[in-house]
Design a protein around this ligand. Structure first.
Ligand code: C5P
Length: 339
C-alpha cells in the first residue's frame, strides 16, 4: 500500500522492465491446449522497455521506439490485456474492491526488439501490471500479481520476478535459482527479420514428427508395424547448467547453454547458423538462439571481451545490429511516480 504519497494523487507511474534470455529451454510434446510443457532457465538482462500508465477516459496504448509499428495498438496489445486482467483481479472478492478505477492510457517506450525471442511483449504486460497496481493503489501482493501475470502469457510472470529462475508448466511456474552474485556479460545479435513464436513451436513439432517417422516424416520407410514413434522426452532441468550457475564460472555456463527451439528457428531462418558460428569463432564462450529467435545470444568472458565481440560481430555483417547487456537484473520495478 502507498506510504510516501498518502496525501498526493499519483497522475502517472513509469515502470522499467527487462528482456529475458533462456539459458536452457527444454520443450516437451504438445499438450491438448496447444501449449508445450517446458523446463526453462530464465535470465533477465539489462535491455529495458519503459511503460507508463496514466488515468484516461478509456483504455488505450501508444508505442514508441524500436519496432513500434509492429506492436498491436488495440485491445490485442498484451499490456492492455494485462490492465484488463488486473482490473478484474482488483474487483474480485479477495481484493475487497468494488469501484472501477477507470480507464488507463499505457505508453510503451520500446528498446526490446519485437518478435525477437526476448519476450518484449510479455515484459510490457508485466510492467503494465506493476504500473497500474501502483497507480490505482491496488495493493496486490507480488504473489497475486504473479497469478494474474500467468493468465496473461507464459513469460509475463518471469518479467515480474527477474533474476535467474527455473520455469515449468508453460513457463509460468517459477522457482528462483539460488546462485552466487555473478554478473554475466552477453552480446545480443539482432536479426534482420522476425519469427513468430507459435510458428517456431509448430516447426519443432514437425521436425520431431519427421524424425520419429510420423505422418510428416519424409524418411518414413520402416516396415508397417515396425515404426519407431518415440515422442520427445519429458523436459528435465539440466543439472550441468545448474551446477555451472552455482559455480559462477562463465566458461561452464557457456558450455551448458541449450535451446530445443533452436533447430526449429534455424529451419525457418537458416542465416542464423552463420551468425552463431561467427560469434563462436570470435571467442564467445557459448552461443544460442534466444527463445524462439531470431536474436542470437553470445556469452563473453568479461566486460572487455563482450566489447571486443560486439565490435567484431557488427563488423562481420552477420546481423542487423548488436547490443551488450549484463544479467541477471531485477524484474519490473517502478522508476517514477508523477504527482
Ligand atoms: O503464452 P504466450 O502467449 O506467450 O505463447 C505464445 C505462443 O507460443 C502460444 O500460443 C503457443 O503457440 C506457443 N507456446 C507453446 N508452449 C509454451 C509457451 C508458448 O506452445 N509453453
Amino acid at each position: 500500500m502507498r506510504t510516501a504519497y498518502d496525501l498526493a494523487i499519483v497522475t502517472a507511474v513509469t515502470v522499467r522492465v527487462p528482456a529475458k534470455l533462456n539459458l536452457q529451454l527444454a520443450v516437451g510434446p504438445p499438450r491438448a491446449d496447444g501449449y508445450h510443457d517446458l523446463v526453462t532457465v530464465f535470465h533477465a538482462v539489462s535491455l529495458f522497455d519503459e511503460v507508463t500508465a496514466e488515468p484516461a477516459g478509456r483504455d488505450g496504448v501508444t508505442v514508441t521506439g524500436e519496432g513500434a509499428d509492429r506492436v498491436p495498438a488495440g485491445q490485442d496489445n498484451l499490456a492492455l490485456r494485462a490492465v484488463t486482467a488486473l482490473r478484474a483481479a482488483r474487483a474480485g472478492p479477495a481484493a475487497g474492491y468494488a469501484v472501477d478505477p477507470g480507464g488507463v492510457h499505457i505508453t510503451i517506450a520500446k528498446r526490446i526488439p519485437v518478435a525477437a525471442g526476448l519476450a518484449g511483449g510479455s515484459a510490457d504486460a508485466a510492467a503494465a501490471l506493476v504500473a497500474c497496481n501502483d497507480l490505482w493503489d491496488a495493493g496486490l501482493s507480488q504473489q497475486k500479481l504473479l497469478e494474474v501475470a500467468a493468465r496473461v502469457g507464459s513469460d509475463v510472470a518471469f518479467a515480474l520476478l527477474g533474476g535467474t529462475a527455473v520455469g515449468r508448466g508453460r513457463g509460468e511456474r517459477l522457482t528462483p535459482a539460488l546462485a552466487p552474485a555473478t554478473r554475466y556479460h552477453w552480446v545480443l545479435a539482432f536479426a534482420d527479420g522476425h519469427l513468430s513464436t507459435p510458428e517456431v513451436y509448430a516447426a519443432l513439432d514437425r521436425l520431431r514428427a519427421a524424425e520419429a517417422g510420423g505422418p510428416e516424416g519424409a524418411g518414413n520407410r520402416a516396415p508397417r508395424g515396425n515404426r519407431v514413434k518415440a515422442g520427445p522426452p519429458e523436459p528435465t532441468l539440466d543439472a550441468a547448467l545448474m551446477s555451472a550457475l552455482r559455480s559462477g564460472d562463465a566458461r561452464l555456463v557457456g558450455r551448458a547453454l541449450s535451446n530445443d527451439l533452436q533447430p526449429a528457428a534455424l529451419s525457418l531462418f537458416p542465416s542464423l547458423r552463420k551468425t552463431l558460428a561467427a560469434g563462436l569463432e570470435l571467442g564467445a564462450l557459448g552461443a544460442l538462439v534466444a527463445g524462439s529467435g531470431p536474436t542470437c545470444v553470445f556469452l563473453a568472458a568479461g566486460a572487455d571481451r563482450a566489447l571486443d565481440l560486439a565490435v567484431s560481430m557488427s563488423g562481420a555483417g552477420v546481423c542487423r545490429s548488436v547490443a551488450r547487456v549484463t544479467g541477471p537484473v531485477p524484474g519490473a520495478a517502478v522508476v517514477r511516480a508523477a504527482m
